[in-house]
Design a protein around this ligand. Structure first.
Ligand SMILES: Nc1ncnc2c1ncn2[C@@H]1O[C@H](COP(=O)(O)OP(=O)(O)OP(=O)(O)O)[C@@H](O)[C@H]1O
Ligand SMILES: [Mg+2]
Length: 434
Protein backbone atom coordinates (compact mmCIF):
# COMPACT_ATOMS: atom_id res chain seq x y z
CA UNK A 1 0.00 0.00 0.00
CA UNK A 2 2.71 2.43 0.91
CA UNK A 3 4.80 4.08 -1.73
CA UNK A 4 6.88 5.78 0.89
CA UNK A 5 6.53 7.31 4.26
CA UNK A 6 7.62 10.78 5.11
CA UNK A 7 7.28 12.07 8.61
CA UNK A 8 8.58 15.43 9.69
CA UNK A 9 7.69 15.21 13.34
CA UNK A 10 6.18 12.57 15.61
CA UNK A 11 3.24 14.30 17.07
CA UNK A 12 2.69 14.41 20.82
CA UNK A 13 -0.85 13.39 20.02
CA UNK A 14 0.34 10.02 18.78
CA UNK A 15 2.44 9.32 21.86
CA UNK A 16 -0.50 10.31 24.05
CA UNK A 17 -2.65 7.84 22.17
CA UNK A 18 -0.14 5.00 22.25
CA UNK A 19 0.75 5.11 25.95
CA UNK A 20 -2.67 4.21 27.41
CA UNK A 21 -2.99 1.34 24.95
CA UNK A 22 0.47 0.11 25.87
CA UNK A 23 -0.26 0.33 29.61
CA UNK A 24 -3.51 -1.53 29.12
CA UNK A 25 -1.65 -4.16 27.18
CA UNK A 26 0.53 -5.05 30.17
CA UNK A 27 -2.55 -6.62 31.71
CA UNK A 28 -3.16 -8.70 28.61
CA UNK A 29 -2.15 -12.33 28.64
CA UNK A 30 0.70 -12.82 26.23
CA UNK A 31 -0.11 -15.30 23.57
CA UNK A 32 2.33 -14.56 20.83
CA UNK A 33 5.91 -15.31 21.56
CA UNK A 34 8.61 -13.28 19.87
CA UNK A 35 9.31 -14.22 16.33
CA UNK A 36 6.55 -16.77 16.23
CA UNK A 37 4.23 -16.45 13.27
CA UNK A 38 0.54 -16.16 13.78
CA UNK A 39 -1.21 -19.40 12.97
CA UNK A 40 -4.66 -20.52 12.05
CA UNK A 41 -6.78 -21.69 15.01
CA UNK A 42 -4.80 -19.35 17.28
CA UNK A 43 -7.01 -17.37 19.66
CA UNK A 44 -6.18 -13.71 20.28
CA UNK A 45 -7.49 -11.81 23.31
CA UNK A 46 -9.28 -15.04 24.34
CA UNK A 47 -11.82 -14.03 21.76
CA UNK A 48 -10.70 -13.95 18.12
CA UNK A 49 -9.88 -17.31 16.57
CA UNK A 50 -7.79 -16.88 13.42
CA UNK A 51 -9.16 -18.77 10.42
CA UNK A 52 -7.23 -17.72 7.34
CA UNK A 53 -4.76 -15.09 6.21
CA UNK A 54 -6.39 -12.64 3.81
CA UNK A 55 -3.42 -10.37 3.22
CA UNK A 56 0.12 -9.66 4.32
CA UNK A 57 1.84 -6.58 3.02
CA UNK A 58 4.98 -7.04 5.09
CA UNK A 59 3.89 -4.45 7.62
CA UNK A 60 0.40 -5.56 8.41
CA UNK A 61 -1.41 -8.90 8.39
CA UNK A 62 -5.11 -9.21 7.67
CA UNK A 63 -6.89 -12.27 9.03
CA UNK A 64 -10.37 -13.69 8.73
CA UNK A 65 -11.31 -14.77 12.26
CA UNK A 66 -14.20 -16.05 14.32
CA UNK A 67 -15.42 -13.87 17.17
CA UNK A 68 -16.04 -16.36 19.99
CA UNK A 69 -18.00 -13.73 21.90
CA UNK A 70 -20.09 -12.59 18.97
CA UNK A 71 -23.69 -11.80 19.93
CA UNK A 72 -26.22 -14.53 19.13
CA UNK A 73 -27.82 -12.47 16.38
CA UNK A 74 -24.48 -11.78 14.62
CA UNK A 75 -24.40 -13.33 11.14
CA UNK A 76 -21.83 -16.10 11.66
CA UNK A 77 -19.47 -14.39 14.06
CA UNK A 78 -16.88 -13.78 11.33
CA UNK A 79 -14.68 -10.73 11.74
CA UNK A 80 -11.55 -9.32 10.14
CA UNK A 81 -8.53 -8.84 12.41
CA UNK A 82 -5.72 -6.61 11.21
CA UNK A 83 -2.44 -6.98 13.07
CA UNK A 84 0.61 -4.80 13.20
CA UNK A 85 3.77 -5.87 15.02
CA UNK A 86 5.60 -2.82 16.27
CA UNK A 87 9.38 -2.70 15.91
CA UNK A 88 11.84 -3.63 13.19
CA UNK A 89 10.67 -2.33 9.85
CA UNK A 90 7.41 -1.15 11.41
CA UNK A 91 7.85 2.36 12.67
CA UNK A 92 5.90 5.21 14.21
CA UNK A 93 4.47 6.18 10.82
CA UNK A 94 2.89 2.78 10.41
CA UNK A 95 1.53 2.78 13.93
CA UNK A 96 0.20 6.28 13.45
CA UNK A 97 -1.71 5.21 10.33
CA UNK A 98 -2.91 2.02 11.99
CA UNK A 99 -4.17 3.92 14.97
CA UNK A 100 -5.79 6.55 12.81
CA UNK A 101 -7.57 3.79 10.90
CA UNK A 102 -9.03 2.47 14.17
CA UNK A 103 -9.95 5.95 15.44
CA UNK A 104 -11.71 6.95 12.23
CA UNK A 105 -13.41 3.60 11.62
CA UNK A 106 -14.88 3.89 15.11
CA UNK A 107 -16.54 7.18 14.18
CA UNK A 108 -17.89 6.10 10.81
CA UNK A 109 -21.45 4.94 10.43
CA UNK A 110 -22.26 3.90 6.91
CA UNK A 111 -23.92 0.72 5.58
CA UNK A 112 -21.14 0.23 2.98
CA UNK A 113 -18.18 0.63 5.33
CA UNK A 114 -17.18 -2.23 7.68
CA UNK A 115 -18.09 -1.50 11.27
CA UNK A 116 -15.44 -1.07 13.93
CA UNK A 117 -15.54 -3.82 16.57
CA UNK A 118 -12.44 -3.67 18.75
CA UNK A 119 -8.90 -2.35 19.10
CA UNK A 120 -6.37 -4.13 21.27
CA UNK A 121 -2.75 -4.43 22.02
CA UNK A 122 -0.84 -7.59 22.92
CA UNK A 123 2.37 -7.18 24.80
CA UNK A 124 4.89 -9.86 24.48
CA UNK A 125 8.59 -9.39 23.95
CA UNK A 126 7.29 -7.61 20.86
CA UNK A 127 4.26 -5.38 20.77
CA UNK A 128 1.25 -6.22 18.61
CA UNK A 129 -1.62 -3.93 17.78
CA UNK A 130 -4.89 -5.39 16.55
CA UNK A 131 -7.91 -3.83 14.88
CA UNK A 132 -11.09 -5.87 14.60
CA UNK A 133 -13.78 -4.92 12.12
CA UNK A 134 -16.88 -6.32 10.49
CA UNK A 135 -16.29 -8.96 7.81
CA UNK A 136 -17.90 -8.20 4.48
CA UNK A 137 -18.72 -11.47 2.71
CA UNK A 138 -18.00 -11.23 -1.00
CA UNK A 139 -15.08 -10.78 -3.31
CA UNK A 140 -12.75 -7.84 -3.79
CA UNK A 141 -12.62 -6.23 -7.23
CA UNK A 142 -8.94 -7.22 -7.30
CA UNK A 143 -10.00 -10.88 -6.98
CA UNK A 144 -12.49 -10.37 -9.80
CA UNK A 145 -9.81 -8.82 -12.03
CA UNK A 146 -7.43 -11.66 -11.15
CA UNK A 147 -10.02 -14.04 -12.63
CA UNK A 148 -9.79 -11.94 -15.82
CA UNK A 149 -13.24 -10.52 -15.34
CA UNK A 150 -13.73 -7.44 -17.51
CA UNK A 151 -16.39 -4.93 -16.58
CA UNK A 152 -18.88 -3.36 -18.96
CA UNK A 153 -19.75 0.33 -18.98
CA UNK A 154 -23.04 -0.46 -17.26
CA UNK A 155 -21.30 -2.34 -14.44
CA UNK A 156 -18.61 0.35 -14.11
CA UNK A 157 -21.28 3.05 -13.84
CA UNK A 158 -23.08 1.11 -11.09
CA UNK A 159 -19.81 0.65 -9.20
CA UNK A 160 -18.97 4.35 -9.67
CA UNK A 161 -22.35 5.41 -8.26
CA UNK A 162 -21.91 3.14 -5.21
CA UNK A 163 -18.40 4.46 -4.50
CA UNK A 164 -19.37 8.08 -5.06
CA UNK A 165 -22.16 7.76 -2.50
CA UNK A 166 -19.65 6.50 0.08
CA UNK A 167 -17.19 9.26 -0.83
CA UNK A 168 -19.93 11.88 -0.49
CA UNK A 169 -20.54 10.61 3.06
CA UNK A 170 -16.82 10.70 3.95
CA UNK A 171 -16.11 14.06 2.34
CA UNK A 172 -19.11 15.72 3.95
CA UNK A 173 -18.05 14.72 7.45
CA UNK A 174 -16.68 17.40 9.72
CA UNK A 175 -13.68 17.17 9.68
CA UNK A 176 -13.48 15.79 6.15
CA UNK A 177 -12.29 12.19 5.88
CA UNK A 178 -10.17 11.32 2.83
CA UNK A 179 -9.71 7.62 2.09
CA UNK A 180 -6.55 8.10 -0.02
CA UNK A 181 -6.31 4.47 -1.13
CA UNK A 182 -9.30 3.73 -3.35
CA UNK A 183 -8.28 0.79 -5.56
CA UNK A 184 -9.66 -2.62 -6.57
CA UNK A 185 -8.24 -4.50 -3.54
CA UNK A 186 -9.97 -2.06 -1.19
CA UNK A 187 -13.37 -2.42 -2.81
CA UNK A 188 -15.50 -5.43 -1.98
CA UNK A 189 -18.38 -6.61 -4.10
CA UNK A 190 -20.66 -7.91 -1.37
CA UNK A 191 -22.96 -10.90 -1.78
CA UNK A 192 -25.76 -8.34 -1.96
CA UNK A 193 -24.04 -7.08 -5.17
CA UNK A 194 -23.27 -3.71 -3.57
CA UNK A 195 -19.84 -2.16 -3.34
CA UNK A 196 -18.18 -1.72 0.06
CA UNK A 197 -15.18 0.49 0.75
CA UNK A 198 -12.71 -1.21 3.08
CA UNK A 199 -9.20 -0.60 4.38
CA UNK A 200 -8.97 2.80 5.96
CA UNK A 201 -5.25 2.24 6.56
CA UNK A 202 -4.29 5.34 4.59
CA UNK A 203 -7.11 7.53 5.76
CA UNK A 204 -6.56 11.18 6.53
CA UNK A 205 -8.58 13.25 8.87
CA UNK A 206 -8.24 16.81 7.61
CA UNK A 207 -8.29 18.16 11.17
CA UNK A 208 -4.61 17.30 11.32
CA UNK A 209 -2.78 20.49 10.46
CA UNK A 210 -1.40 20.39 6.97
CA UNK A 211 2.21 21.42 6.63
CA UNK A 212 3.15 20.44 10.17
CA UNK A 213 3.36 16.76 9.64
CA UNK A 214 2.33 14.67 6.70
CA UNK A 215 2.50 11.10 5.63
CA UNK A 216 2.67 10.15 1.98
CA UNK A 217 0.42 7.20 1.30
CA UNK A 218 -1.37 5.79 -1.67
CA UNK A 219 -0.78 3.24 -4.37
CA UNK A 220 1.19 4.10 -7.49
CA UNK A 221 -1.11 4.22 -10.48
CA UNK A 222 -4.24 4.96 -8.48
CA UNK A 223 -3.10 7.89 -6.34
CA UNK A 224 -2.81 11.30 -8.03
CA UNK A 225 0.38 13.34 -8.12
CA UNK A 226 -0.69 15.86 -5.48
CA UNK A 227 -1.08 13.04 -2.94
CA UNK A 228 2.61 12.22 -3.18
CA UNK A 229 3.33 15.79 -2.19
CA UNK A 230 1.23 15.26 0.93
CA UNK A 231 -1.55 17.51 -0.39
CA UNK A 232 -4.54 15.21 -0.70
CA UNK A 233 -7.91 16.87 -1.30
CA UNK A 234 -11.39 15.36 -1.89
CA UNK A 235 -10.65 15.37 -5.64
CA UNK A 236 -7.69 13.02 -4.94
CA UNK A 237 -10.15 10.26 -4.01
CA UNK A 238 -12.00 11.03 -7.26
CA UNK A 239 -8.80 10.48 -9.26
CA UNK A 240 -8.29 7.11 -7.53
CA UNK A 241 -11.89 6.20 -8.35
CA UNK A 242 -11.29 7.12 -12.01
CA UNK A 243 -8.06 5.10 -12.19
CA UNK A 244 -9.84 2.13 -10.55
CA UNK A 245 -12.68 2.29 -13.09
CA UNK A 246 -10.16 2.44 -15.94
CA UNK A 247 -8.55 -0.72 -14.54
CA UNK A 248 -11.94 -2.45 -14.36
CA UNK A 249 -12.83 -1.47 -17.93
CA UNK A 250 -9.49 -2.22 -19.59
CA UNK A 251 -8.30 -5.06 -17.34
CA UNK A 252 -4.90 -3.29 -17.22
CA UNK A 253 -3.54 -1.65 -14.05
CA UNK A 254 -3.39 2.12 -14.62
CA UNK A 255 0.35 2.17 -13.85
CA UNK A 256 0.90 -0.04 -16.91
CA UNK A 257 -1.15 2.09 -19.29
CA UNK A 258 0.59 4.70 -21.47
CA UNK A 259 0.47 8.34 -20.40
CA UNK A 260 0.47 11.58 -22.36
CA UNK A 261 0.83 14.91 -20.54
CA UNK A 262 0.35 12.90 -17.32
CA UNK A 263 -3.05 11.72 -18.57
CA UNK A 264 -3.81 7.99 -18.64
CA UNK A 265 -4.38 6.89 -22.27
CA UNK A 266 -7.11 4.28 -22.32
CA UNK A 267 -9.76 5.36 -24.85
CA UNK A 268 -8.33 3.13 -27.61
CA UNK A 269 -8.91 0.06 -25.39
CA UNK A 270 -12.57 0.61 -24.55
CA UNK A 271 -15.86 1.19 -26.26
CA UNK A 272 -17.62 3.68 -24.06
CA UNK A 273 -20.34 6.23 -24.57
CA UNK A 274 -18.77 9.65 -25.28
CA UNK A 275 -20.13 11.13 -22.05
CA UNK A 276 -18.82 8.37 -19.81
CA UNK A 277 -15.43 8.56 -21.52
CA UNK A 278 -15.27 12.33 -21.02
CA UNK A 279 -16.45 11.88 -17.41
CA UNK A 280 -13.63 9.41 -16.71
CA UNK A 281 -11.11 11.72 -18.35
CA UNK A 282 -12.27 14.58 -16.16
CA UNK A 283 -12.00 12.39 -13.06
CA UNK A 284 -8.41 11.54 -13.89
CA UNK A 285 -7.24 15.03 -14.87
CA UNK A 286 -3.69 15.49 -13.51
CA UNK A 287 -4.49 18.84 -11.88
CA UNK A 288 -7.05 18.50 -9.06
CA UNK A 289 -8.72 21.81 -10.01
CA UNK A 290 -9.62 20.36 -13.42
CA UNK A 291 -11.48 17.43 -11.87
CA UNK A 292 -14.93 17.62 -10.34
CA UNK A 293 -14.62 19.66 -7.17
CA UNK A 294 -16.73 17.26 -5.11
CA UNK A 295 -18.02 13.70 -5.24
CA UNK A 296 -21.59 15.11 -5.37
CA UNK A 297 -20.81 17.04 -8.58
CA UNK A 298 -19.21 13.95 -10.11
CA UNK A 299 -22.29 11.88 -9.24
CA UNK A 300 -24.65 14.53 -10.57
CA UNK A 301 -22.76 14.67 -13.87
CA UNK A 302 -22.63 10.88 -14.15
CA UNK A 303 -26.36 10.54 -13.61
CA UNK A 304 -27.49 13.45 -15.75
CA UNK A 305 -25.01 13.07 -18.57
CA UNK A 306 -24.28 16.78 -18.21
CA UNK A 307 -21.67 18.96 -16.53
CA UNK A 308 -18.79 18.36 -18.87
CA UNK A 309 -18.77 21.76 -20.55
CA UNK A 310 -15.37 22.41 -19.04
CA UNK A 311 -13.77 19.44 -20.77
CA UNK A 312 -11.74 20.68 -23.69
CA UNK A 313 -12.95 18.69 -26.68
CA UNK A 314 -9.46 18.82 -28.16
CA UNK A 315 -8.29 16.62 -25.32
CA UNK A 316 -10.59 13.84 -26.50
CA UNK A 317 -8.77 11.68 -29.02
CA UNK A 318 -10.41 11.39 -32.47
CA UNK A 319 -11.11 7.68 -31.84
CA UNK A 320 -13.76 8.79 -29.38
CA UNK A 321 -15.97 10.07 -32.19
CA UNK A 322 -15.72 6.70 -33.90
CA UNK A 323 -16.89 5.03 -30.69
CA UNK A 324 -20.37 6.35 -31.27
CA UNK A 325 -21.22 3.70 -33.83
CA UNK A 326 -24.88 4.62 -34.19
CA UNK A 327 -26.19 4.86 -37.74
CA UNK A 328 -24.15 1.89 -38.94
CA UNK A 329 -27.19 0.08 -40.39
CA UNK A 330 -29.16 -2.75 -38.87
CA UNK A 331 -27.45 -5.32 -41.04
CA UNK A 332 -24.08 -4.45 -39.55
CA UNK A 333 -23.33 -7.16 -37.03
CA UNK A 334 -19.73 -6.17 -36.37
CA UNK A 335 -20.56 -3.05 -34.40
CA UNK A 336 -21.02 -3.26 -30.65
CA UNK A 337 -24.19 -1.91 -29.14
CA UNK A 338 -23.71 -0.04 -25.83
CA UNK A 339 -25.07 -2.10 -22.94
CA UNK A 340 -26.97 0.85 -21.60
CA UNK A 341 -29.39 1.12 -24.49
CA UNK A 342 -30.38 -2.54 -24.48
CA UNK A 343 -33.70 -3.59 -22.99
CA UNK A 344 -37.38 -3.61 -23.89
CA UNK A 345 -38.50 -0.78 -26.15
CA UNK A 346 -41.95 0.23 -24.91
CA UNK A 347 -42.38 2.97 -27.51
CA UNK A 348 -41.85 0.51 -30.35
CA UNK A 349 -44.05 -2.14 -28.75
CA UNK A 350 -46.97 0.16 -28.05
CA UNK A 351 -46.76 2.30 -31.20
CA UNK A 352 -45.16 0.12 -33.87
CA UNK A 353 -46.88 2.11 -36.63
CA UNK A 354 -45.14 5.38 -35.72
CA UNK A 355 -41.88 3.80 -34.65
CA UNK A 356 -40.97 2.51 -38.10
CA UNK A 357 -41.14 6.03 -39.60
CA UNK A 358 -39.17 7.83 -36.91
CA UNK A 359 -36.41 5.22 -36.84
CA UNK A 360 -36.51 4.27 -40.51
CA UNK A 361 -36.39 0.53 -39.91
CA UNK A 362 -38.53 -0.53 -42.81
CA UNK A 363 -38.91 -4.13 -41.76
CA UNK A 364 -41.23 -2.68 -39.13
CA UNK A 365 -43.78 -1.94 -41.86
CA UNK A 366 -44.85 -5.56 -41.42
CA UNK A 367 -46.75 -4.40 -38.35
CA UNK A 368 -49.44 -3.09 -40.72
CA UNK A 369 -50.24 -6.62 -41.82
CA UNK A 370 -53.12 -7.77 -39.62
CA UNK A 371 -52.05 -11.38 -39.13
CA UNK A 372 -48.43 -10.68 -38.18
CA UNK A 373 -48.91 -7.25 -36.61
CA UNK A 374 -48.74 -8.45 -32.99
CA UNK A 375 -45.66 -10.63 -33.62
CA UNK A 376 -43.98 -7.65 -35.24
CA UNK A 377 -44.84 -5.41 -32.29
CA UNK A 378 -43.26 -7.93 -29.90
CA UNK A 379 -40.19 -8.19 -32.13
CA UNK A 380 -39.90 -4.40 -32.21
CA UNK A 381 -40.20 -4.30 -28.42
CA UNK A 382 -37.34 -6.78 -28.08
CA UNK A 383 -35.05 -5.59 -30.87
CA UNK A 384 -36.28 -2.01 -31.22
CA UNK A 385 -33.48 -0.40 -29.24
CA UNK A 386 -30.75 -2.23 -31.08
CA UNK A 387 -32.25 -1.51 -34.51
CA UNK A 388 -32.94 2.12 -33.70
CA UNK A 389 -29.36 2.58 -32.50
CA UNK A 390 -27.99 1.09 -35.70
CA UNK A 391 -30.40 2.73 -38.08
CA UNK A 392 -29.99 6.38 -37.12
CA UNK A 393 -27.09 8.62 -36.22
CA UNK A 394 -27.44 9.63 -32.55
CA UNK A 395 -25.47 12.43 -30.93
CA UNK A 396 -24.90 10.36 -27.77
CA UNK A 397 -26.39 7.60 -25.66
CA UNK A 398 -28.21 10.27 -23.68
CA UNK A 399 -29.71 11.65 -26.89
CA UNK A 400 -30.88 8.15 -27.81
CA UNK A 401 -32.33 7.46 -24.37
CA UNK A 402 -34.12 10.80 -24.30
CA UNK A 403 -35.75 10.05 -27.64
CA UNK A 404 -36.84 6.55 -26.58
CA UNK A 405 -38.16 7.86 -23.24
CA UNK A 406 -40.36 10.33 -25.12
CA UNK A 407 -41.80 7.59 -27.30
CA UNK A 408 -42.34 5.27 -24.33
CA UNK A 409 -44.43 7.97 -22.63
CA UNK A 410 -46.35 8.62 -25.84
CA UNK A 411 -46.83 4.85 -26.15
CA UNK A 412 -48.32 4.62 -22.69
CA UNK A 413 -50.57 7.65 -23.11
CA UNK A 414 -51.70 7.17 -26.72
CA UNK A 415 -50.52 3.78 -28.04
CA UNK A 416 -51.78 1.64 -25.16
CA UNK A 417 -55.36 3.07 -25.04
CA UNK A 418 -55.56 3.01 -28.83
CA UNK A 419 -54.44 -0.65 -28.93
CA UNK A 420 -56.96 -1.54 -26.24
CA UNK A 421 -59.75 0.08 -28.24
CA UNK A 422 -58.64 -1.84 -31.34
CA UNK A 423 -58.62 -5.12 -29.41
CA UNK A 424 -62.03 -4.37 -27.90
CA UNK A 425 -63.45 -3.61 -31.36
CA UNK A 426 -61.90 -6.78 -32.81
CA UNK A 427 -63.26 -8.86 -29.92
CA UNK A 428 -66.73 -7.32 -30.27
CA UNK A 429 -66.66 -8.04 -34.00
CA UNK A 430 -65.66 -11.64 -33.33
CA UNK A 431 -68.44 -12.10 -30.77
CA UNK A 432 -70.90 -10.56 -33.21
CA UNK A 433 -69.88 -12.99 -35.95
CA UNK A 434 -70.18 -16.08 -33.75
N1 LIG B 1 -13.54 -5.96 6.28
C1 LIG B 1 -13.24 -6.85 5.35
N2 LIG B 1 -14.19 -7.72 4.94
C2 LIG B 1 -13.91 -8.65 4.00
N3 LIG B 1 -12.70 -8.82 3.42
C3 LIG B 1 -11.72 -7.98 3.79
C4 LIG B 1 -11.91 -6.96 4.77
N4 LIG B 1 -10.75 -6.30 4.95
C5 LIG B 1 -9.86 -6.88 4.10
N5 LIG B 1 -10.45 -7.87 3.40
C6 LIG B 1 -9.82 -8.75 2.39
O1 LIG B 1 -8.47 -8.89 2.68
C7 LIG B 1 -7.67 -8.53 1.57
C8 LIG B 1 -6.36 -8.00 2.06
O2 LIG B 1 -6.58 -6.75 2.64
P1 LIG B 1 -5.39 -5.79 2.98
O3 LIG B 1 -5.93 -4.43 3.13
O4 LIG B 1 -4.64 -6.36 4.09
O5 LIG B 1 -4.44 -5.90 1.76
P2 LIG B 1 -4.55 -5.33 0.27
O6 LIG B 1 -5.72 -4.38 0.15
O7 LIG B 1 -4.53 -6.48 -0.69
O8 LIG B 1 -3.24 -4.57 0.14
P3 LIG B 1 -2.88 -3.18 0.73
O9 LIG B 1 -1.94 -3.47 1.80
O10 LIG B 1 -2.30 -2.52 -0.45
O11 LIG B 1 -4.13 -2.53 1.22
C9 LIG B 1 -8.53 -7.54 0.78
O12 LIG B 1 -8.18 -7.44 -0.57
C10 LIG B 1 -9.91 -8.13 0.98
O13 LIG B 1 -10.12 -9.16 0.04
MG1 LIG C 1 -6.16 -3.06 1.44
Amino acid sequence: MFLGLVENTISDRLINLAIPIYTKSLRTISIISKGKMLETEQILQNRYQLESLLGNNGIRQTWLAKDLEAPEDAKDGRVVVKLLAFGGAVQWDDLKLFEREAQILKQLEHPRIPKYIDYFCIDDRSLWFGLVEEYIPGESLKDKLAKHQRFTEKQARKIAIDILKILIYLHELNPVVLHRDVKPSNLMLGIDKRIYLIDFGAVQDKAIKEGVTFTVVGTYGYAPMEQFGGKAVPASDLYALGATLIHLLTGIPPAELPQRDLRIQFSHLVNLSPHFLAWLQKLTEPAPENRFATASLALESLKSGLGLQLVNVNKIPPRQQALNNSGCGIQNNNETIPDEILGWNWGAFLMPWCWVWTNQVWIGLLCFFPSIGLIMAILLGAKGNEWAWKSRRWRSIEHFKQHQRGWAIAGLLIGAPFSMILWAVALAALLHVF
